[in-house]
Design a protein around this ligand. Structure first.
Ligand code: MRU
Length: 355
C-alpha cells in the first residue's frame, strides 16, 4: 500500500507525525488553521509541497466546520488565515504560491456579485482539495520525465542514484519529487542502488527516506552527510537527484542544507546533478538565490538527540536549515511536471506552460 502522510476527507484532516517516525506511526487530528500552522512550525509535517497542502487543508477543514454571515467576512477570514500560514516557515515558497492563487480565486469569486457565501466557501474548499489530488499526478509526471532523462545516458543499464533529505511521499501529497523519480526508476527495474544521506541535524534521510525506501523495498544504502565525496569517488554514482524548497528566476535553488556541497562534489566527479520540483516551487519574483531567506532552526536540534545532550554544554552553534545551489551546478537539469529544463531556461519554459 502507498505511504500516506496526509489523510483527508471533507471536514477531517489527519497528518502523520513525522517527529515520531520511524518508531511510531501516529496521525495528528488537525481541526483548525492554527493546528496546521503548529504542525508545520514543529516540523511534524515538512517538505515544501506537503507544507502547502497540509496548511491549505487545515484551512479547508476549518472552513467546512465554520459558518459565515457575509462574503466580506468569509473573504477576509480566508485571506488572513492564508497569510498566517505563510509565516510558519520562511524558505519553502509553495505555501506562499498557494496563498496567492487562493486569494486571487476568492477575489474573483466575490467580484462576480452573484454567488452566495456557501457557494464561494464550497469553491475554495474544492480548489484546495484539487491541489492535493493534483500534487500526486504532478509528482508522477516528474517521475516519468526525470527517469527518461537519466536513462537516456545509460541505455539498458541500471543506475545508482544519490539523494539528500526527504523529497518523497512524506514531503508531498504522495509519491514524491526526487523520490518520485527514484520510484519510477525502480518500477522499471532500473535501480541498482539508492544512496541517501542521513541529513543532519533533523535526520530526514535516516528517519524518513529510509522509512520510505524500506517500505517500497528499494535497494538502498544510508550514508553520513560527510561520506558523499568518498562515495562519488569510489562508487559509480549515475546521478544526484534532490528536491527543492524554492527555485528562483535564474535557476538558483534553495533546498535542505548540504545540497550545495553535494552539487560541488558532483561537479568535481562529473556526476549529473538534478533538482526535481513542481512548478509550484518556482518563485519568479526573486531574480537570484541571494534574495532567498534562509530559515535558522533552534540549536537544540544540533546539541541534543531525543533529549540527550550530545554537544559540550556552552558551545556556540549555527543551524541554517537550507542552502542555495547556484544554477550552474545543476548540471542534469530541473525536472518539473512539464519536462526537464536547463536552470537558465526554466522561467521562460514555465511561462509557456502555465499561462
Ligand atoms: O526542513 P524540511 O524537511 O522541510 O526540508 C525539506 C527539503 O529541503 C526537501 O528537500 C524539499 O522541501 C523538497 S520536498 C519534496
Amino acid at each position: 500500500m502507498a505511504l500516506q502522510s496526509i489523510k483527508y476527507e471533507r471536514g477531517s484532516l489527519l497528518v502523520l507525525d513525522q517527529l515520531l517516525l520511524p518508531a511510531h506511526k501516529e496521525y495528528i487530528d488537525v481541526k483548525h488553521t492554527r493546528d496546521g500552522w503548529e504542525i508545520i512550525k514543529k516540523m511534524q509535517v515538512r517538505g515544501a509541497p506537503a507544507i502547502a497542502i497540509a496548511g491549505c487543508l487545515s484551512l479547508a477543514v476549518e472552513l467546512t466546520n465554520k459558518e459565515f454571515e457575509t462574503l466580506p467576512e468569509l473573504a477576509s477570514f480566508i485571506k488572513d488565515q492564508l497569510q498566517y500560514l505563510v509565516t510558519s516557515r520562511p524558505t519553502a515558497v509553495n505555501m506562499l504560491n498557494a496563498t496567492k492563487t487562493l486569494s486571487a480565486s476568492v477575489d474573483e469569486l466575490v467580484a462576480t456579485n452573484t454567488l452566495t457565501v456557501d457557494i464561494v466557501k464550497e469553491r475554495i474548499i474544492e480548489e484546495i482539495e484539487c491541489m492535493m489530488y493534483q500534487d500526486i499526478s504532478v509528482n508522477k509526471s516528474m517521475g516519468w520525465f526525470g527517469a527518461e532523462h537519466i536513462l537516456e545516458r545509460f541505455h539498458d543499464q541500471s543506475v545508482n542514484i544519490l539523494t539528500h533529505c526527504n523529497a518523497g511521499a512524506l514531503a508531498t501529497a504522495g509519491y514524491g519529487t526526487a523520490l518520485g523519480i527514484i520510484r519510477t526508476l525502480h518500477e522499471r527495474n532500473r535501480i541498482k542502488r539508492v544512496y541517501f544521506t542521513e541529513t543532519r541535524p533533523y535526520n530526514q534521510g535516516s528517519r524518513l527516506t529510509a522509512y520510505e525506501l524500506v517500505h517500497d523495498n528499494i535497494p538502498a544504502t544510508l550514508i553520513c552527510d560527510s561520506h558523499a565525496a568518498i562515495l562519488m569517488k569510489l562508487h559509480d554514482i549515475s546521478a544526484v537527484v534532490v528536491g527543492a524548497d524554492r527555485v528562483v528566476a535564474n535557476g538558483d535553488t534553495a533546498n535542505k542544507v548540504g545540497t550545495y556541497q553535494l552539487s560541488i562534489v558532483a561537479r568535481h566527479h562529473e556526476v549529473p546533478f538534478y533538482v526535481s520540483c513542481p512548478s509550484s516551487t518556482f518563485d519568479p519574483t526573486m531574480e537570484t538565490g541571494e534574495e532567498i531567506v534562509i530559515e535558522e532552526r533552534p540549536h537544540i536540534e544540533m546539541t541534543e538527540t531525543k533529549g540527550i545532550r550530545i554537544a559540550a554544554p556552552g558551545i556556540n552553534c549555527w543551524n541554517p536549515a537550507f542552502d542555495v545551489t547556484p544554477a550552474e551546478l545543476i548540471t542534469g537539469g530541473i525536472v518539473t511536471e512539464f519536462g526537464v529544463f536547463k536552470p537558465g531556461e526554466l522561467k521562460e519554459q514555465l511561462a509557456r506552460f502555465t499561462i
